[in-house]
Design a protein around this ligand. Structure first.
Ligand SMILES: *Cc1c(COP(=O)(O)O)cnc(C)c1O
Length: 416
């Protein structure tokens, strides 16, 4: 075992499996490990590095702002913070009445959204809306509040009891109609369930959810942490549905690798927080907001939302053309892609891809998740298709061999 593997096994909390590589450098869609081996990165740190690695705009923003002013407390405002708030209001269409709360992660943005939901429907200290609705299999984070919103029993069970008040529904309009009443504070939705395997909501669901929540005075809160910042070929996935939510949460891709998240409120939901009701020491500091502002500027300037749409189409076409029996089509939008497999061999495909020099991820046993940089072009796509086809062939051959010898080869273990 390499020395770094010993260090990792001894020093890091055991919340993940064995790490496959020690990455020391990145540039664009390339990563290099400690032995100088290059990998093509088609995971982007799970939809985070929107501009790829070490993009000059990102590097310049970090360096300049670090040399100017990194942090003051939230007793004060800073120019990058105000600029990013205005930019997020413009890009989301939150308009004049919109407001932005900055956090350091996706979970913290959703914690803020959870508190927003609790504030909604409270009059004179009486909670008239004690119910919160969320969807089965949705992922909203790992903190105690966001875990309570996460519709995965296996994640919740070891940490019960959960924060009370959350009910889980199937992702159908019928289930929502049946569950909704005037005691619901909010409905939380992921427009595409990323962690569940890049599973989109049914066609028309968001529009119906908007109508139903509005009819009952409940908030519609859209978790755009994985889908936001241009990844799906729209600035935010809710915009494809032509709806106006009450709040959205963002993180991952907006910082391009700098940890930052935000809750953006629309309309009257913007009036719910009052002085002292929520806060974060680091949230919205000038360093983080300067970097996120620069990342979003570059996504706009370079037309990367449009690129995500076009390259997504191109990738889907080329994946469909791979000569393999293992691929059953693609889900998702733009550059958030779930490649559905015909067998539960996603961990084996990920392991084979790593051996071939390609970084991808198994969102579940039968789904490969792709979330490359929004900057990718023909060169990266050609290389990806070549490496991915090779990884699929490796696994397909192993399965064939398995069939022939009637023995059971265990699928390689991979950490997710
Ligand atoms: C990643 C993710 C989160 C949690 O974000 P963290 O930054 O890991 O806390 C929440 N919701 C969705 C949809 C995500 O993809």
């Amino acid at each position: 075992m390499s020395a770094w593997k010993d260090d990792a096994a001894r020093d890091l909390v055991r919340n993940a499996g064995e790490r496959f590589a020690l990455f020391v450098r990145g540039e664009g869609s390339s990563l290099w490990d400690d032995e100088g081996r290059r990998y093509l990165d088609f995971l982007g740190g799970i939809a985070v590095t929107s501009l790829g690695h070490a993009h000059p705009v990102f590097v310049e923003a970090v360096a300049t702002q670090a040399a100017t002013l990194a942090h003051v407390s939230n007793f004060f405002a800073t120019p990058p913070q105000l600029a990013l708030a205005a930019q997020l209001k413009r890009l989301t269409g939150a308009g004049e009445s919109g407001r932005v709360y900055f956090s350091n992660s996706g979970a913290e943005a959703n914690e803020a959204a959870f508190k927003l939901a609790r504030l909604h429907g409270r009059t004179d200290g009486v909670d008239t809306r004690p119910r919160i609705l969320s969807l089965t299999n949705a992922f909203h984070g790992r903190t105690m509040g966001t875990l309570a919103l996460t519709g995965k029993t296996y994640m919740q069970e070891p940490f019960g009891p959960m924060v009370p008040g959350v009910e889980f529904l199937d992702s159908t309009v019928e289930a929502l109609e049946a569950a909704m009443d005037d005691r619901v504070a909010a409905l939380f939705v992921e427009p595409i369930k990323g962690e569940a395997g890049v599973v989109p909501l049914p066609e028309g669901y968001l529009a119906a959810a908007r109508e139903i929540t509005e009819r009952h005075g409940a908030l519609l809160i859209v978790d755009e942490i994985q889908t936001g910042a241009g990844r799906t070929g729209a600035w935010f996935a809710f915009q494809r549905a032509g709806i106006v939510p009450d709040a959205i949460t963002v993180a991952k891709g907006i910082g391009g690798g700098f940890p930052i998240g935000a809750l953006i409120t629309f309309g009257t939901a913007s009036d719910l927080f009052t002085p002292g009701s929520h806060g974060s020491t680091f949230g919205g500091n000038s360093l983080g907001t300067a970097v996120a502002g620069a990342v979003l500027d570059e996504i706009e300037r370079a037309g990367l939302v449009e690129n995500a749409e076009q390259r997504g189409i191109q990738l889907r076409e080329q994946i469909a053309a791979i000569d393999t029996t293992l691929v059953d089509g693609c889900r998702g939008e733009g550059l958030l892609i779930g490649v559905a497999l015909t067998a539960p061999v996603a961990p084996a495909v990920v392991a084979a891809a790593q051996q071939h020099g390609l970084i991808i991820n198994a969102a579940n046993d039968a789904t490969i998740r792709l979330a490359p940089a929004l900057t990718i072009g023909d060169v990266e796509i050609d290389e990806f298709v070549d490496l991915f086809a090779r990884a699929l062939r490796t696994v397909q051959d192993a399965l064939l061999l398995d069939d022939q010898t009637q023995t059971q080869t265990p699928t390689p273990e991979v950490s997710r």
